[in-house]
Design a binder for this molecule. Structure first.
Ligand code: SF4
Length: 468
C-alpha cells in the first residue's frame, strides 16, 4: 500500500474504519505516556511520611502482581527490569524475599478475594515447578487466592523455555490465562533481536494449553523491530492467525539505546523508518481486524467472544499496570523488584535493582522506594483518563458533578489542548459527552495526555516512548 494513500478498511465487521493517513499518524507519533497509572510512574518521588497502603484495609477486591526478573538469555530489544542468569540460586533466594515481602502485607490488607493474579517478568517460568508451587502456597497463606472462571490468573511465558509439564502445574495452581512473547517469527528478525523461537513450539504450547482448559491465550507481537518490513510482518501475522490466539498485543518497538543497554546490541541501520513502522502498524491492524479480531484500543486486539472484547462492548473494561483487564480491583499489591502497587490513595513502588530489593526486604520486610500520594485533582484526572482509555468517552454531566466550578472552567487549559485533536477527528464533542472516535482509538495516549497536568508542567517529554 502506498504511503501517500489514505488507508481504510471499511469491509471488516470490527474494522478500524476511520481513514488514517500517514500524515495524521506522523503528527501524533511523538513521545507520550502509556497511562497504566496516573500520574505516570516517572513522577513518583519519596513518599515523605505518606502511607497510601493504609487504605488497603478498606478494599472489597484485590489484584496481585509478582515480578520475577530472571531470564536465561538476553533479547536485544528488551526494556524490562530483568536479570540474565543461569544460576538458579539467585531465583531461590529471590523467592524467599518475595514470601517475606508478602508477610509484610499480612496485617495491612483486608481479607478479600484476589480477583486478578499476574506473574510477570523477566520470565516467571524461570522458577522451577516446585518453586512456583511454593510461591503460590506462600501467597495463599496471606491472600485469599481462589481458582475459577470468575478470577483472572495469568502468567507471562517464554515459549522458548516453557515446558509442557509446567502447563499442567500452572493449571493445577489455578492459572487460566497464558501470555506468550512471540514478537516476530521471521528468522532474520529473530536473529537480529537474539530471540530464536520456532512457530512449532508455539503451536504445541498453544494446543496443549487449550487442552488443559486455559480460557485465554494471548500473544505479544512487536512491530518496528530490526530487519522487519511489511512483508515479513505479514508472514508472521499469517502464522499467528493460523494459531488463533484469543488476544493479541501489537506493541511498537521504541529504540532507546541511551536508556536500555541491551538495545545497543542492535544496529541502528536495521531499524525501520517511522514511515515503514506506520505502514507495518496499519497493515498488521488491518489483517487482524479483517480476520475478525476486535480492536480494543492501545495496541490490543481480542477475538469477539473473548472476555476482554465482551467487556469492551459492555463498557466494563478497566486498566492497570498489565494493560486492559476485565477484573478491576480496588487495589493492587505488587511484589518483587520494581513492582508497583496502588490503592485509593496513591501508588508505591519497590526498589528496582535486585540487590537493593533483597537488602531492603532483609532489613525491614518491605522494599518501598518511592511513590505518590494522590491529591483530589490527581484522583479526578485519574478517573477521567481511565474513562477515556477504557470506555472511550467521558460524560460532561459526571465531569460537572466532580468539579466544584463548571468543568469548562476547571479544565480550561486541558480543553484547549484537546481542540486540535477534535479538529483532527480523534474526539467528538456532543451535547453530553466527549467521545473517542474510531480514528481516535489509535491515539488514546495523545487524547489522555491532554488532561495530564504533570506532563504539561514538565520541561521535557523525552523519557516516554514514541507512539510510533
Ligand atoms: S524480552 Fe522477556 S525473555 Fe527477553 S530478556 Fe526481556 S524479559 Fe527476558
Amino acid at each position: 500500500m502506498g504511503l501517500n494513500q489514505e488507508v481504510g478498511d471499511a469491509g471488516a465487521a470490527q474494522s478500524i474504519n476511520a481513514s488514517l493517513s500517514p500524515e495524521l499518524l506522523g503528527r501524533y507519533a511523538g513521545p507520550c505516556p502509556r497511562y497504566t497509572s496516573y500520574p505516570t510512574a516517572d513522577r513518583f518521588t519519596a513518599l515523605a511520611g505518606a502511607e497510601p497502603w493504609s487504605s488497603l484495609q478498606q478494599v472489597d477486591s484485590l489484584s496481585l502482581y509478582v515480578h520475577i526478573p530472571f531470564c536465561r538469555s538476553l533479547c536485544y530489544f528488551c526494556a524490562c527490569n530483568k536479570v540474565i542468569t543461569r544460576q538458579y540460586g539467585l531465583a531461590s533466594s529471590y523467592l524467599s524475599n518475595l514470601l517475606q515481602e508478602a508477610q509484610w502485607y499480612r496485617d495491612r490488607v483486608a481479607a478479600v478475594p484476589v480477583v486478578q493474579l499476574h506473574l510477570g517478568g523477566g520470565t516467571p517460568t524461570f522458577f522451577s515447578d516446585s518453586d512456583l508451587e511454593r510461591l503460590l502456597a506462600g501467597l495463599g497463606e496471606i491472600f485469599d487466592l481462589r481458582a475459577g472462571s470468575d478470577v483472572e490468573y495469568s502468567i507471562e511465558a517464554d515459549p522458548r523455555t516453557l515446558e509442557l509439564e509446567t502447563l499442567g502445574t500452572l493449571q493445577r495452581l489455578g492459572f487460566n490465562r497464558l501470555s506468550m512473547g512471540i514478537q516476530d517469527f521471521n528468522p532474520a528478525v529473530q536473529q537480529a533481536i537474539n530471540r530464536i523461537c520456532n512457530p512449532e513450539q508455539v503451536r504445541t504450547l498453544t494446543e496443549r494449553a487449550r487442552e488443559r482448559g486455559f480460557e485465554s491465550i494471548s500473544y505479544d507481537l512487536i512491530y518496528g523491530l530490526p530487519g522487519q518490513n511489511v512483508d515479513s510482518l505479514e508472514r508472521t501475522i499469517d502464522t499467528v492467525l493460523a494459531l488463533a490466539p484469543d488476544r493479541i498485543a501489537l506493541y511498537h518497538y521504541a529504540h532507546l539505546p541511551d536508556r536500555f543497554k541491551a538495545q545497543r546490541l542492535i544496529s541502528c541501520d536495521l531499524i525501520p523508518s517511522p514511515m515503514e513502522k506506520i505502514a507495518m502498524q496499519l497493515t498488521a491492524a488491518r489483517r487482524l481486524t479483517d480476520a475478525g479480531y476486535q480492536f480494543l484500543g492501545m495496541d490490543h486486539f481480542a477475538r469477539p467472544e473473548d472476555g476482554l472484547a465482551v467487556a469492551a462492548r459492555e463498557g466494563r473494561l478497566a486498566r492497570n499496570f498489565q494493560g486492559y483487564t476485565l477484573m478491576p480491583a480496588d487495589a493492587l499489591v505488587g511484589l518483587g523488584a520494581s513492582a508497583i502497587s496502588y490503592s485509593r490513595d496513591g501508588y508505591w513502588q519497590n526498589a528496582h535493582r535486585l540487590k537493593e530489593y533483597a537488602a531492603a526486604i532483609s532489613a525491614r520486610g518491605q522494599a518501598i522506594h518511592r511513590g505518590w500520594q494522590l491529591s483530589a485533582d490527581d484522583r479526578l484526572r485519574r478517573w477521567l483518563i481511565m474513562e477515556l482509555m477504557c470506555h472511550l468517552r467521558v460524560s460532561k454531566g459526571e465531569l460537572s458533578q466532580r468539579t466544584a466550578v463548571p468543568f469548562t472552567q476547571y479544565f480550561r487549559a486541558d480543553l484547549a489542548r484537546l481542540q486540535p485533536l477534535i479538529a483532527d477527528g480523534l474526539v467528538e464533542e456532543t451535547q453530553t459527552d466527549f467521545v473517542v472516535t474510531e480514528r481516535g482509538r489509535w491515539f488514546l495516549r495523545n487524547i489522555a495526555a491532554s488532561f495530564d497536568t504533570h506532563l504539561h508542567g514538565a520541561c521535557s517529554d523525552a523519557r516516554y516512548s514514541r507512539v510510533l
